[in-house]
Design a protein around this ligand. Structure first.
Ligand code: ZN
Length: 357
């Protein structure tokens, strides 16, 4: 097959977005798109290229004082009658237009067209971001070639609608349990009702005042919510067990351990079992390349509320942020689209930041 990523297409981030969208790449089916990207990058004299699975890494080796990462995932969620792409006015519709082939187009366009960046740059085009973490290209690279990830700053080109979303919140799930004693409901005084017993825990959640935390100018708004509740044995039995699952989204000034301690404090007197937790990421916007990035964008950053791969970089001590043209509200949506004007604006911003002349 002819590689659709021709020099003319690579020169234009809008045409490149369409061409990338039109190579189908649902998670675990990224070979074709990775082949196309790798072939293009291998032809560029100022890049060193390596591949692990369907993750392609390309980097400059210019001896600059700082190294930055630009990263985008090649996979999409399953198609939803939105393939291939179509254009209506200023909008490109199609699976992956927002999340995140328009961002991948930035990285690929810059990789081929900026031979003298002001920092050394490592470009990642990685597989399987949309599915479980064990398949994620960055997870696999961190295990197999950790040195590929070393950098002073990272930009993930996930959809942010052209604003800088820095850091990300952590997330924790915990099960709060009330226990009682079973009895026939006709003689309920012989038992102790565990569903009634969970009541005070629900009241604590309903009255919970979530924190708003400002870090490096970014506001992170926390939340603690009951997301599931189970209990009950039969229509004539006083239940002896009630379990409530709670999801706590916490600002990145708290570690996972501190978040757990807080959840235990809120539910003091109840049995609490943490089932899942992922620490957030501090915005880290004081690093020099981050400051220069914000200057190029020229708008105030906001806190990222969902969990993204920036946390992987933060865990390695690398400050990271999200910046991409797609509207995150339309990611994973049958009407997924991206604005052509936003693609052009963001590409100009990245050029301003990265090009040394
Ligand atoms: Zn994404």
């Amino acid at each position: 097959m002819e590689n659709p990523l021709t020099p003319e297409v690579l020169a234009d981030p809008v045409a490149l977005t369409r061409a990338l969208v039109d190579i189908e790449s649902v998670s675990l089916d990224e070979k074709e798109i990775a082949d196309c990207v790798e072939e293009v990058l291998r032809a560029v004299p100022h890049l060193t290229v390596a591949r692990h699975g369907n993750t392609v890494m390309a980097r400059t080796e210019l001896g600059r004082a700082k190294r930055v990462v630009l990263a985008g995932h090649l996979d999409t969620v399953p198609l939803n009658n939105n393939f291939p792409s179509t254009v209506q006015g200023d909008l490109i519709y199609g699976c992956g237009t927002s999340d995140m082939k328009s961002g991948v187009a930035y990285a690929l366009h810059l990789a081929v067209s900026v031979p003298n960046p002001r920092y050394d740059v490592t470009y990642f085009f990685y597989e399987a971001e949309e599915i479980e973490s064990r398949f994620n290209g960055l997870t696999l690279v961190a295990a197999a070639h950790p040195e590929w990830l070393s950098a002073d700053f990272a930009v993930l080109l996930e959809p942010t609608h052209g604003v800088v979303e820095a850091g990300c919140q952590g997330t924790m799930r915990a099960v709060v349990t009330a226990t009682g004693r079973r009895a026939h409901s006709a003689r309920s005084w012989n038992g102790r009702n565990a569903i009634h017993g969970i009541g005070p825990a629900i009241e604590r959640l309903a009255g919970y005042q979530a924190r708003m935390v400002t870090i490096d100018g970014c506001v992170y708004r926390e939340g603690m919510n009951a997301v599931r509740i189970t209990g009950g044995v039969a229509g004539n039995v006083v239940p002896d067990l009630c379990e409530m699952e709670v999801n706590y989204r916490f600002a990145p000034d708290r570690t996972a351990e501190e978040a757990e301690a807080h959840v235990r404090e809120v539910f003091d007197g109840f049995e609490v079992r943490v089932t899942d937790s992922a620490q957030g990421a501090l915005p880290g916007l004081t690093a020099a390349p981050a400051q220069e990035f914000l200057a190029a964008v020229g708008e105030a950053p906001v806190g990222k509320l969902g969990w993204t791969d920036v946390a992987r970089f933060a865990a390695l001590g690398i400050p990271a942020l999200n910046f991409g043209p797609g509207d995150p509200n339309f990611a994973h949506h049958p009407e997924e689209h991206v604005e052509i004007g936003k693609i052009r604006d963001g590409a100009a911003t990245l050029h301003r930041w990265l090009a040394s002349d």
